[in-house]
Structure formats: C-alpha cells, structure tokens
Design a binder for this molecule. Sequence first.
Ligand SMILES: Nc1nc2c(ncn2[C@@H]2O[C@H](COP(=O)(O)OP(=O)(O)OP(=O)(O)O)[C@@H](O)[C@H]2O)c(=O)[nH]1
Ligand SMILES: [Mg+2]
Length: 468
Amino acid sequence: MPGNDTIAAISTPPGEGGIGIVRLSGAGALSITSRIFFSPAGRKKEKDLLAVKSRRMLYGFITDPDTGRQVDEVLVSVMRAPNTYTCQDMVEINCHGGANPLAQTMELVLREGARLALPGEFTKRAFLGGRIDLTQAEAVLSVIRARSDAASQAALAQLKGGLGARIKKETGRLARICAHVEASIDFPEEEIEPDEIAGITRGLEEIVRNLGTLSDSYEEGKLLADGIKTAILGKPNVGKSSLLNALLSRERAIVTDIPGTTRDVISEYINLGGHALRIMDTAGIREAMDRPEAEGIKRSLAAMEEADLVLCVLDGSSEPNKEDLGVIQRIKERGKKVILVINKKDLFQGKNNCKMSSAVFPAGWPEVCVSAKTGEGIEELKGAITGAFKPRDGAAEGLLVTSLRHKTALDQARRELGRALEAIGSGLPGEIISLELSEALRQLGSITGEVSNDDILDIIFSEFCIGK
Ligand SMILES: Nc1nc2c(ncn2[C@@H]2O[C@H](COP(=O)(O)OP(=O)(O)OP(=O)(O)O)[C@@H](O)[C@H]2O)c(=O)[nH]1
Ligand SMILES: [Mg+2]
C-alpha cells in the first residue's frame, strides 16, 4: 500500500506563468491546507474547506496563521479519495505563477506537516494504490515528453491501458497453460494426453508470436518517442548548414562560402507529418586542415553512428570528387538508411545539367534534388523522409512498445517460452516445463508491475519530475 503521509510539491515548472500549482496528496492534505486558508478579510476558512464537496474549488488567501501575513490570492481545488490521481485525498492550490508566492505557499504547507514529494511520487502512489499499472505510470512520462502528435498518440494509448491490457491477455492465457501443466505434476494420474500436448504447444506458439509482434514494434516506437535522428553529412561547402536552415525555416546555422565553416554538431527538432525529427548539421568531411576541424569531423562521424537516417548532401553544380566518394563510402559501410540530397538545383537546369552522375551513387539510394537557397524541392525531401519511416501495416494493432524495459522483458519471456517448447518437444518432465513457464510469467508481470521490486520502482519513478 502507498504511504499515507502527506506529500507536497510545486507541480508547475519554474519560471513565470499565469498560475503555479502546489499539490498535496495524503490523509492530511485537507487539514494542512485548511490551517493556512483564509478569506480576503483574514477570516479562517477552515470549516468551509473541510466541508467542501469533492472536485470543487474555493477562493481565498494563503495566509501565515501565526502572523496573519497574506502570502497569495488563490483558488484551492479539493479532490477526495479514492477517485483522485493518487487514490488519496488531494488538494491543488492554484497560486499566481511566480517563484515567490509558490515558494512561500510551499514553505507553509511543509511547516504544517506535509513533506516534500520525491520525483514521480504522486504517480507512484497511483500505481501502488492500484489505479494504474506500471505501463500506464510510465506512459505519464511519455505523454509529458512527447515531441510530436504521433508520440502523443502512442503515449496516450499506453496511458489508457492499451499495452497493459495486451500483456495481461497473454499473461492470462499463459497462466492457464501453466496451471494445466502443474496439475499434471501434482496429480500424475491426470497425465496430459498427446492431443492436449499439441494444444499446449499451439497455445504457447501463439503467445510467442504475439509477444514477438509487440517486441518488433519497439524500433518504430523508439523512433516515435525519441524522434528520428537524422544526420546531414557531406564534404565541406555542399550546403549542409543551408539545408538545416531550409528544413527549419530559420537561419539557425552559420552559412559562408568558406569550406569548413561548421565545426560542431548543431542539433534541432522539427515536426514532420506528425513525427519528430532530431536533425543534426555536421562539419564537412575531408582531410582536416587543423585540430578544431579534425575534432569537428570526428563528431560528424559520431553523429552518423547514432543516426537513424543520413541525408548525404552533394553539390549538383560540380563534378563529384574523391571527397564526395569518401563520404558515400563511409555511409555505405555503416549500412545506414540514407537519402541522397543533390543540392544547388538553382545552379543546374534539370537533371541533364546536373554534374553528379548517378553512376557514383550506390544502388537503391533514393535521390532528391533541392535548392537549399531557394527552397525548391524541400517539400519533396520532407515527403521522402517521412516516407522512409511509414509504419508497417497491422504492426501490433496500433500499439507500440516505446520502452526498452518492456522490450527486454518481452524478449526474455519469449526465450523462456522457446525453452519450454523445446522441453515439451523432447518429452522432458512437467517440472522443467513449468519452471520455464513460471519465469515467462514473471517477466510479463514485471512489465505491468504485477511483479515488481523497490529497486525497479525507484529507477522508473526517479526519472519523473517532482510534483508528478
Ligand atoms: N546557389 C546555391 N548556393 C548554395 C545552396 N546551398 C548552399 N549554397 C551556398 O554554398 C555555400 C556553402 O553553404 P553551407 O551551407 O555553409 O555549406 P556546408 O556544407 O554547411 O559547409 P561546411 O559547414 O563548410 O561543411 C554558401 O555560400 C551557400 O550560400 C544552393 O542551394 N544554391
Ligand atoms: Mg556547415
């Protein structure tokens, strides 16, 4: 059960805002607030607050009861257990959104008996109170961090319990099979018939397939959650920084006609067709002229390593040289997903006059001609980028696994089930099969939190902000 001491935190981000919220949860949430809640004229509103119906707001002043000094004009909302975010009594004090009113209100709340909440502690209480499973608790963070419509949608589906329900469905099936196998161990006279063995095998194979579909969705889910990491690569002066600026529609990176202008990786987010793209402009790759340039090129290559997509930029107004071929070769060796961007289209008329011959391009690399200067072809390039990451048809029925923790547990469960299937195939005794099945159940239970331990919970909730 969650602790029932009363926790409090400033739940809104630091800085100035229209309102700022101090949030309390626990058995003392109402009584603590009632002691510092007064009317504008300085009358105690303790009774009003203690008697107010759930989900109502009251107007008043937060006031130091010892000195009568008013701290802020507020609206206080009251939510009574158990139908609240944390399943406990909750109070939210809507202050003015400035550092001082919030800090002073917080100070009074702590003085009256609340303690400062740990990161994610409100959500942890919702989980421990049984209102949400662990996948839903983790989804709260994903909703907060979503950088695109698609990421929000995936996070909301998980928040509503979609992933948890899918896992629980497979867990239920597996638990029934496990019980059946265990019955045959406890009551040897109830030996499993050969056609029942075939049924168990089919059932387990189906579970393995379903878990596999979920696990395979991770690649897509991760791209959604983290954004598609896109590195712009090429030799110096081909227009990489100009391309970044054209994609962002603002002059973010320095552009000059001197080769070797960009020294450091410049990373920005853009939204493309509902997807977030983390786009990295890099230093041009060539034999470095000095140490800073050499360091820059090292970073360009590191950006390529971590990229999900490489935009390989060439200058279509000049012949390819060995520097271009060097860049192409490096990208090819790493087997990266790539789009060839032939830039400076304004300097060549149509493909015929393009000096870049397709002969130097590796087979299968899609090409887009653009002018970073005039903006021509930029929309086509955006289409090519989103086209490269279209979701697979029918993948996990719209559900995406976005957490490595979930994928790891799914894969572990699949391995255990694989071993159980082998054991069945080799006619090994029920005890061994049951052991593998139990371990698979434990792995699935760790995803939803039916099986958990304090260490795992601490790791998960420590990523949250204080006040959520
Ligand atoms: N005509 C024309 N010039 C361009 C285009 N794109 C870039 N340029 C010019 O090419 C030169 C180099 O552009 P940058 O964007 O700095 O090139 P870069 O690849 O980032 O160069 P480094 O940072 O040195 O590696 C500048 O003079 C740009 O104005 C284009 O589409 N058309
Ligand atoms: Mg540059």
